[in-house]
Design a protein around this ligand. Structure first.
Ligand SMILES: *Cc1c(COP(=O)(O)O)cnc(C)c1O
Length: 409
């Protein structure tokens, strides 16, 4: 007799023994009071410090109105896959907006950023004969799965290490097609990749480029198109990929590129073809959010100001903030059990919600709390957070040395 239940339970026990069993907090956000939410664990109102709704767009009146209006007008679901009955007018408008945003000929929307990376990379890799894929070692799980499913020859270059990337490119047959896949903002360390140098290498070795701007869209550049817009080099990327679920505050993922590339993914990617389309309300909400952030830099400006203020406060208080180049402030704990305890104490004693980040999301020994200040956090909230972190780190004896642990990682 095979004891299936025992297999399930043992797999969970292994995680618990390591202190990295994931517990989801039940929270309820209240429209209009971002970044406050109600915790179903404590029953109290908590301040959320770890949301990827970086700009509070999930509660923006324009987004809410667009979604409510779409539901009232056309109802809830899309009614099928894009092929069957899911290509509605709001979807076409969203794809046009995304192509315009990134200065590309076309865009293709899917149900999430994860699905998009998986579908696009696996299709590109399998449709380009003899393709070799070069992938940054810290790439998101969705890119890794897409690359794996392409069944291409793959080379992983050390994180942001352009010399290593060049070494790998140089060692390959010059006649083989090549694709370099990487992110702009790496969301666990908050660092930004040398996107221009990577484009130069792509030109030199005749490779195409696939840039994941998931943590950058809405956030950087004059129209919120991301780091490539900020650097003025959007046109150098073959594919720019993004999500509608983080700074844009809704849900969905997309790629942008040439007509031919987009048409190929549309025509061959199972992850696009065989699943129900995003409903009109989501696409209408996403379009409203993108359009707003194309015109308004106010949210970005206030957000960047808050990041600087909080980073400064934490440094002055001796909290081990890892060096960051973006809007993400990772605070090093360096131990999975302490990291979970710190998160629990913040919640239970201070009504502050910060999710612990453990392996495999980050390497072992670099467990951390990841803080994402928004334009909606007040000075008072930042002060409270700093005070609470000092108390918790003292109580738990956390004395993470950022420099030493960065090197060890
Ligand atoms: C979150 C994330 C994704 C997936 O996007 P979703 O829309 O949440 O599925 C892709 N890439 C990176 C780097 C991410 O952090």
């Amino acid at each position: 007799m095979i004891n299936y239940e025992q297999i399930f339970r043992q797999s969970i026990e292994r995680l618990k023994d390591e202190g990295r069993y994931r517990v989801f907090n039940t929270l309820e956000r209240k429209a209009g009071s971002f970044p406050l939410a109600k915790s179903y664990i404590t029953g109290r109102t908590v301040t959320v410090w770890c949301s990827n709704d970086y700009l509070g767009m999930g509660q923006h009146p324009k987004v809410i109105t667009a979604m409510a209006e779409a539901i009232g007008r056309v109802g809830s679901g899309a009614g099928g896959t894009r092929n069957i009955s899911g290509t509605h007018h709001a979807m076409v408008a969203l794809e046009d907006t995304l192509a315009e945003l990134h200065g590309k000929e076309a865009a293709l929307v899917m149900t999430s950023g994860y699905v998009t990376n998986e579908a696009a990379l696996s299709t590109l890799g399998s449709m380009i004969p003899g393709c070799i894929i070069y992938s940054d070692e810290f790439n998101h799980a969705s890119m890794i799965h897409g690359i794996r499913n392409s069944k291409c020859e793959k080379h992983v270059f050390r994180h942001n290490d352009v010399a290593h990337l060049e070494q790998l490119l140089k060692a390959s047959d010059p006649a083989r097609p090549k694709l370099i896949a990487f992110e702009s903002v790496y969301s666990m360390d908050g660092d930004i990749s040398p996107i221009k140098t990577i484009c130069d290498l792509a030109d030199k070795y005749n490779a195409i480029t696939y840039l994941d701007e998931v943590h950058a869209v809405g956030m950087y550049g004059a129209h919120g198109a991301g780091v490539a817009e900020r650097e003025g080099i959007m046109d150098r990327f073959t594919v720019i990929q993004g999500t509608l679920g983080k700074a844009y505050g809704v849900m969905g993922g997309y790629i942008t590129g040439t007509h031919a590339l987009i048409d190929m993914v549309r025509s061959y990617a199972p992850g696009f073809i065989f699943t129900t389309s995003l409903p009109p309300a989501l696409t209408a909400g996403a379009t409203a959010s993108i359009r707003h952030l194309m015109e308004s830099s106010d949210e970005r400006t206030r957000q960047q100001h808050n990041v600087r203020v909080l980073n400064d406060m934490l440094h002055k208080a001796g909290i081990p903030v890892m060096p960051t180049m973006s809007h993400i402030l990772p605070i090093l704990v360096g131990d999975p059990v302490l990291c979970k305890q710190a998160s629990d104490m913040l919640m239970n004693q201070f009504d502050i919600y910060v999710q612990p980040i453990n392996f495999p999301t980050v390497p072992r020994g670099t467990e951390r709390l990841r803080i994402t200040p928004t334009p909606c956090h007040t000075h008072e909230m930042m002060f409270e957070l700093t005070r609470a972190l000092v108390w918790v780190f003292e109580r738990l004896g956390i004395k993470a040395d950022v420099e030493t642990l960065k090197k060890a990682a």
